[in-house]
Design a protein around this ligand. Structure first.
Ligand code: NAD
Length: 373
């Protein structure tokens, strides 16, 4: 790789720190500018990072010092920021979901195709050793032919810990659009694309109470369903049942299980990069933990961007826009299925990206300086 790829970060909230830590000191990328609607946030971040400029959002989107815009805004702003970046000829890599609505997501990918720029999208946790080791196990035949899977995400709600959780309960939020991308991207890596869905959803409360930060105790409205169940029909006939809930208290269910004719795989939390993958073989007597055999071993938020920057004609970005679009259509179709009371066939598809070999971290450049504490 020649000169470092220049990254401008828009949106400097809770998750931005993890990205800035991952990107710090990498030879492959250099953060050149930051921006937020709240100028005090960009000023504070720039003050801590030598050589990084605090700009207005529009200045950053049009800056000649930025090759890729890293979009870490809240979901309702994802499409507008992405379209702004693309309009200035920039690549864009953003947090999930790709957009708050399917129409907006299509608009982003269409604009990117016209401008001939790339679109990448979280989650990148699925490129870690957890999901990738399980994917390698399925591919090597350790469970035989996959037949069905389950995905379960249960939490009483992010407002308990997030200081400004409003976006989790407005359009673009809810347990499926917020947490579903981790599970659906994993399932597509493991079992391939989805051809049709059936969904049902419900809502526990009309209001939530913020549990941390300066707004502790404030009530916020719930504008979306906070529990979503569904069935996914994968293109190869495999069936997945999925539950995502901000209404339940706890669960002992494995986050993802894949059942094949000769064995069952239990995956770790797909919102993490690592964790144990366990296998129970037909005729066996107990679960066996598989050693990590694939995936970015040192994964942290931002490796999807490093993978995106390192992609070339021989290897497409793994956390790519087409995959994110298919994930978003799967989620919005589940919600539409619930609202309309019918099975919905999907219009998009996405092939699983290239598997991640265990050593692939070297591909995007060692750190040239230590990461800040
Ligand atoms: N918080 C987490 O643990 C977490 C984890 C993984 C992914 N994410 C995803 O990251 C994204 C951001 O989440 P967060 O928790 O950091 O949110 P946050 O509310 O803490 O931060 C979002 C920031 O974006 C800024 N912003 C909003 N609209 C903007 C606009 N139009 N232009 C410029 N700046 C704008 C806000 O001022 C704020 O500083 C979301 O898509 C979320 O799903 C969050």
């Amino acid at each position: 790789m020649g000169d470092a790829h220049r990254v401008g970060v828009v949106g400097l909230g809770v998750i931005s720190r993890a990205y800035l830590d991952t990107l710090a000191g990498r030879s492959a990328v250099r953060v050149t500018a930051v921006a937020d609607l709240d100028a005090s946030r960009s000023a504070a971040v720039a003050a801590d990072l030598p050589g990084v400029r605090a700009l207005t959002v529009e200045e950053l989107l049009s800056s000649p010092d930025v090759d890729t815009v890293l979009n870490l805004t809240t979901p309702a702003a994802h499409a507008a920021i992405a379209l702004g970046a693309i309009g200035h000829g920039k690549h864009v890599y953003g947090e999930k979901p790709l957009a708050a609505t399917l129409a907006d997501a299509h608009a982003v990918l269409d604009a990117a195709a016209t401008a001939d720029v790339g679109v990448g999208c979280a989650p990148d946790t699925v490129l870690g050793t957890g999901v990738q080791t399980a994917r390698a196990a399925v591919a090597s035949g350790s469970i035989g032919r996959p037949l069905f899977a389950s995905a379960v995400m249960v939490t009483p709600g992010h407002e308990r810990w997030h200081p400004h959780p409003d976006f989790y309960y407005t359009e673009g939020g809810g347990p499926l659009l917020d947490m579903g991308p981790y599970y659906l991207a994993s399932l597509i890596h493991l079992l391939g694309p989805v051809r049709a869905v059936t969904g049902a959803s419900s809502r526990l409360r009309a209001e939530r109470v913020i549990g941390s930060g300066p707004r502790t105790g404030e009530r916020i409205p719930v504008e979306v369903d906070s529990h979503v169940s569904g069935v996914l029909e994968h293109a190869d006939g495999t069936l997945t049942t999925i539950t995502t809930s901000f209404d339940g208290v706890a669960t002992t269910a494995a986050p993802i299980e894949v059942h094949g004719e000769r064995g069952t795989l239990a995956l770790p939390d797909p919102n993490r990069f690592d964790g144990d993958v366990r296998l129970f073989e037909l005729g066996g007597t107990q679960w066996r933990t598989l050693p990590p055999s694939a995936g970015y071993a040192d994964g942290a938020r931002g490796v999807g961007l490093l993978d995106f920057v390192a992609a070339d004609d021989r290897r497409a970005p793994r956390a790519n826009g087409e995959l994110a679009l298919h994930v978003l259509e799967t989620m919005t179709a589940l919600l539409r299925s619930s609202a309309e009371g019918r099975r919905i066939e999907l219009t998009t598809s996405a092939q699983p990206p290239a598997p991640v070999p265990l050593t692939a971290a070297e591909e995007w450049g060692a750190r040239t300086a230590p990461s800040p504490a």
